[in-house]
Ligand binder design. Structure first.
Ligand code: ZN
Length: 360
């Protein structure tokens, strides 16, 4: 039962600090139920990028059930080169396994309630996820253990998740949690190495300071057909630790691409305004494509040219591949011409975006 409890409250509160005091990568203790000492890992105040990484039980259960329901409903689970990451075969339990009925009921509930909804487009999906993130330290969602654990989610959903929790905790959570923690430990050094410069470069490009509060990042087994997504108000990044496309330098790049959603609103504002002025439809993905492109370009600029100690940092993403994978290749030309002019300092922010929209 000890493991039972430890896994339930498994909670990770891990700050990537940039202060000199935090020169060692901190690897969370597997299964640890308590927060790590934070005092020596707080970044100095300022506009340096900070992320707060979590491996949370409830958001992991929620996304894993969502994946199972998507598979069962024949909904898209992954696009692009990493499409084979996720088996089209749903996980199954022997019929006589403890909790098999509870698990099947949970998947059914997700099939009828969530399977056809987008994790990041649908506002209520974002709110559910934010709430489950806040429940990291709770052993239940109904408030049985403490009033702070009264999640306020729909009673049927609470019942489904609490029952499915005992199955997930035994069958899959230990492996998912270990993978999440491994991802965090692997990304901490490059974030510390180039995070401050990269955050500053992105902030300058978007003319918006990085948020003063660290951005919450939840690592999960499954995080949408793209392997990651971000919801706003509050900024909440979800990133798959399992996805083959999210490892090493690509993982670092995705992290900053997703984080950029917190500071790239200035770009979207101009795009929307220019589209209105011209009476043309707003291309929904243009903003995302621009953030993606810019992240790749800026990593290329700030990564050490000869990083023998951590060669992975020096590798910038081939943005063209990334744009293709997401179906955004149509924007490559205008980004390379008009937005790149701005990144090179040959024109200003407004002019670049106006020209970009005019030449779509
Ligand atoms: Zn995006």
């Amino acid at each position: 039962m000890k493991f039972h409890h430890a896994a339930l409250v498994c909670w990770l509160f891990f700050w990537i600090g940039l202060s000199a005091a935090s020169s060692n990568a901190q690897t969370p203790e597997a299964g640890s139920g308590s927060s790590l000492s934070l005092a020596n890992r707080l970044a100095p105040a300022g506009t340096q990028p900070q992320f707060q990484f979590h491996s949370g039980f409830w958001v992991n259960l929620h996304h894993f059930l969502y994946l199972q329901a998507r598979i069962q409903s024949h909904e898209l689970t992954r696009v692009g080169a990493a499409a084979s990451n996720y088996s089209a075969q749903a996980v199954t339990l022997p019929a006589n396994a403890p909790g098999a009925a509870d698990w099947a009921r949970a998947v059914d509930y997700y099939v009828k309630t969530f399977a056809n909804r987008d994790l990041w487009v649908d506002l209520s999906m974002g709110m559910i996820n934010d709430r489950l993130g806040e429940m990291d330290r709770c052993t239940d969602l109904s408030g049985k253990s403490s009033p702070t654990c009264a999640s306020g989610l729909r009673p049927e959903m609470i019942d489904v998740l609490e029952r499915a929790a005992s199955v997930y905790r035994v069958q899959w959570w230990p492996a998912h949690d270990a993978k999440n923690r491994g991802w965090i430990a692997a990304q901490a050094p490059p974030v510390r190495q180039i995070g401050a410069r990269l955050g500053e470069a992105l902030s300058n490009a978007y003319r918006t300071p990085w948020p003063a509060e660290p951005i919450r990042v939840d690592l999960v087994y499954y995080a949408s057909p793209f392997g990651s997504y971000t919801t706003l108000d509050p900024v909440h990044v979800m990133l798959s630790s399992e996805d083959a496309s999210n490892q090493g330098p690509l993982g670092l790049e995705l992290l900053f691409y997703e984080g950029s959603h917190a500071i790239g609103g200035s770009v979207e504002d101009v795009i929307v305004r220019e589209c209105h002025t011209r009476g043309i439809p707003i291309p929904r993905d243009l903003w995302h494509a621009l953030l993606f492109y810019t992240t790749a370009k800026m990593i290329g600029r700030v990564a050490p040219a000869n990083a023998d100690d951590d060669a992975s940092v020096a590798v910038a993403h081939n943005y063209a591949t990334g744009l293709n994978e997401r179906g955004w290749q149509g924007y490559q030309r205008v980004l390379e011409v008009y937005w790149q002019d701005y990144l090179n300092g040959r024109t200003d922010f407004e002019r670049a975006l106006t020209a970009l929209v005019a030449n779509l």
